[in-house]
Design a protein around this ligand. Structure first.
Ligand SMILES: Cc1ncc(C[n+]2csc(CCOP(=O)(O)OP(=O)(O)O)c2C)c(N)n1
Ligand code: SF4
Ligand SMILES: [Mg+2]
Length: 301
């Protein structure tokens, strides 16, 4: 049965610099609740460096290292080596990077960290664009979405490419643990963080992080939108432990993807045909996930 409480400890100060309704801010808060105070967070250039460290303030009650945009994977490998040399025990090393810093410019450093089997947690908070610099498209921006570099004008119709499958890329490196989490489901989020916390080796989280100004929705709707993302199948919740996949939220029939898309201005230009195309893709991906879960379960027996 799902755990119904999350830890009371707060390792994030109020009054930080995030926009109202920022999913990425909620993600950090929940992550640190599960990991506790003996955590070092390495941040590349992204919204979170602005949220956390406008000089001379800090938003976190844990140590922070600011690293170059492309270097999060390398920086947490270095941090782990340093902590081990110093003989420090029970320290959690976390790289907390955006989708641009992970799926695009930081991909090689992440791959190296996973290949070296670095004992650390890498987090990609996914707001599906380069938000800190003005809503430019990233490899994680979904097909058809408006951004400032994928405009809607004349024959231009939002992003022409598909979203990059980061979980697939990470799983090809065989991490000890990888999971998708969504701040709209805090008990599921916390359970996965606590599970990952107690493992040794490379671990990865893909966090759904709604961004009201970038996605063009009312900041009071962040939690509701996040629930829709999972319950339509756009952002399924699952974890992979030692290569075995387990879906952690199933609600029977998926809700129509149109409910999720019409709630956001970045998809306002999509035609009925576009929505049907996205619906077909979401259903296909969901069926594939169910099949993988069935196959992994049969291997376990
Ligand atoms: C090498 C380098 N190139 C570009 C930049 C400028 N830059 C800073 S943050 C950022 C966007 C980060 O996007 P993402 O990783 O998705 O995080 P988000 O801002 O969305 O939280 C860019 C392009 C930089 N700091 N360093
Ligand atoms: S721009 Fe988006 S991701 Fe960045 S702080 Fe604001 S809500 Fe959060
Ligand atoms: Mg981003």
């Amino acid at each position: 049965m799902a755990k119904l409480t999350i830890p009371a400890q707060e390792l994030m100060y109020g009054g930080h610099a995030a926009c109202p309704g920022c999913g990425a801010a909620l993600a950090m808060r929940l992550l640190l609740k599960g990991l506790g105070p003996r955590t070092i967070v390495s941040l590349p250039a992204c919204c979170w460096t602005v949220i956390a460290t406008p000089y001379p303030t800090t938003a976190l009650r844990v140590n922070i290292l600011d690293n170059p945009f492309e270097a999060t994977g390398a920086s947490i490998s270095g941090l782990r080596a340093a902590v081990d040399v110093l003989g420090l025990k029970d320290v959690h090393i976390v790289g907390f990077a955006g989708d641009g810093g992970t799926a695009d410019i930081g991909l090689q450093a992440l791959s190296g960290m996973l290949e070296r089997r670095t004992n650390a947690i890498y987090v990609m908070y996914d707001n599906e664009a380069y938000m800190n610099t003005g809503i430019q498209r990233s490899g994680e921006t979904p097909w058809g979405a408006w951004t400032t570099t994928t405009p809607v004008r004349g024959s231009l119709h939002g992003k022409p490419e598909a979203k990059k499958d980061m979980m697939g890329i990470v799983l090809a490196h065989h991490p000890v643990y990888a999971a998708t989490v969504n701040p709209s489901f805090p008990e599921d989020f916390d359970r996965k963080v606590e599970r990952a916390r107690d493992l040794v080796g490379p671990r990865f989280f893909h966090i759904f992080a709604p961004c009201p100004p970038g996605w063009r929705f009312d900041s009071a709707q962040t939690i509701a939108l996040g629930r829709l993302a999972t319950d339509t199948g756009v952002f399924p919740l699952y974890e992979v432990v030692d290569g075995r996949l387990h879906i952690t939220r199933k609600t029977g029939e998926l809700k129509p993807v149109a409910e999720y898309l019409t709630a956001q201005g970045r998809f306002r230009h999509l035609t009925q045909e576009d929505v049907e195309q996205i619906q077909t893709q979401v259903r296909t991906d969901w069926e594939r996930l169910l099949k993988r879960e069935r196959e992994d379960l049969s291997l376990a027996h």
